[in-house]
Write a protein that binds this ligand. Structure first.
Ligand code: IPM
Ligand code: MG
Length: 357
């Protein structure tokens, strides 16, 4: 089988980590008899430099025509880069929002797993995390505050900024379905997170996230409580189902309790098999070009691509097992380095994982 993968290396460490993910995919292809063909596309700061905008229509069309999209990271140093002198809708991150919306990728799955081998990196007390934890944040990705009308006006000499938070019941229903479907394949628990004590959009959310899955245990939690519960008892969660902005914030918190944002993958999906796969971390411009970045989040995102877009389950397992094996064998990039382990760079980490496929 031939799979057409649109590859968007992006900015900062993006190109280096995507290169390692391709290396691993190619090894999977060789071993299991698949062919991955790649089309490289520009998005983010590099696209601004080349075309004056973070995502051109041509690039979006090319992504639409692919079987799935593998993304590194976009963006630069806000204080330093000229990209941030541009109006907000011309900055690197606008490209990311445009591709999510343009491909209608409304379901963002961000796993938070405490790997046994890295339990020492978790900042929580060992008794809170004993036995590890494994949950996902299911974040709505194309609605809410991110895509509502916004403007800044001046009234009587006073500047005023307005952002609007909108959800309709169809948008809520379709992301809830994703949450329940994923829960069915995992621990069969959904915790829907909102701010229903204040927001109308949350009250609608809570009423729509109904219980049509008798096998799944559904609970509701307020977002402020959830932020606390994530550091108090992360083991209680299986699927956290939430709207765009809350999901953005909670997924960063979730990554921190695993102790290693360099390990966390993500998948963005919609109504079709076409998905966008990217690490949960950013472009880390200060690390770029030094062979220091951890490629594992991107490699694990490629595994999610095999699983969700191509239905290649055993191939996805092969990547995940290779990653676990490398950790077991004691290799670490600098961000997860620990006493008695062997420190390796980005390229060697990719080689070691590819070797274990
Ligand atoms: C993320 C990022 C983006 C978001 C930014 C870069 C626009 O933080 O993917 O979580 O807020 O969605
Ligand atoms: Mg974020």
């Amino acid at each position: 089988m031939n799979y057409k993968v649109a590859v968007i290396p992006g900015d900062g460490i993006g190109p280096e980590i995507v290169r390692e993910a391709r290396k691993v995919l190619d090894k999977v292809g060789q071993k299991y008899g698949h062919e991955f063909t790649y089309q490289e596309l520009l998005m983010g700061g590099c696209s601004i430099d080349a075309y004056g905008e973070p995502l051109t229509e041509e690039t979006l069309e090319a992504a639409k025509a692919s079987d799935s999209v593998l993304l590194g990271a976009v963006g630069g140093n806000v204080g330093q880069s000229n990209w941030y002198q541009l109006p907000p809708d011309k900055r690197p991150e606008a490209g990311l929002l445009k591709i999510r919306k343009g491909l209608e990728l409304y379901a963002n799955i961000r796993p938070a797993v405490l790997f046994d081998e890295l339990s020492g990196a978790c900042p929580l007390k060992p008794e809170l995390t004993e036995g590890g934890f494994d949950f996902v944040v299911m974040r709505e990705l194309t609605g809410g505050l991110y895509f509502g009308d916004r403007k800044t006006v001046e009234e009587n000499g006073v500047k005023k900024a307005i952002d609007t938070l909108t959800y309709d019941e169809n948008e809520i229903r379709r992301i809830a379905k994703w949450g329940f479907d994923v829960a069915m394949k995992r621990g069969k628990k959904v915790c829907s997170v909102d701010k229903a004590n204040v927001l109308d959009s949350s009250r609608l959310w809570r009423s729509v996230v109904a219980k049509d899955y008798p096998e799944v245990e559904l609970t509701h939690m307020l977002v402020d409580n959830c932020a606390m519960q994530l550091v108090r008892d992360p083991k209680q969660f299986d699927v956290i189902l939430t709207e765009n902005m809350f999901g953005d914030i909670l997924s960063d918190e979730a990554s921190m309790v695993t102790g290693s944002i360099g390990m966390l993958s993500s998948a963005s999906l919609g109504a079709t098999k076409l998905g966008l796969y990217e690490p949960s971390h950013g472009s880390a411009p200060d690390l770029a070009g030094q062979d220091k970045a951890n490629p594992i989040a991107t490699i694990l995102s490629a595994a999610m691509m095999l699983r969700y877009s191509f239905d290649l389950e055993k191939e996805a397992d092969a990547i995940e097992n290779a990653v676990k094996q490398v950790l077991k064998d004691g290799y670490r990039t600098i961000d997860i380095m620990d006493e008695g382990k062997t420190q390796v760079g980005t390229i060697q980490m990719g080689d070691l994982i590819a070797e274990r496929i």
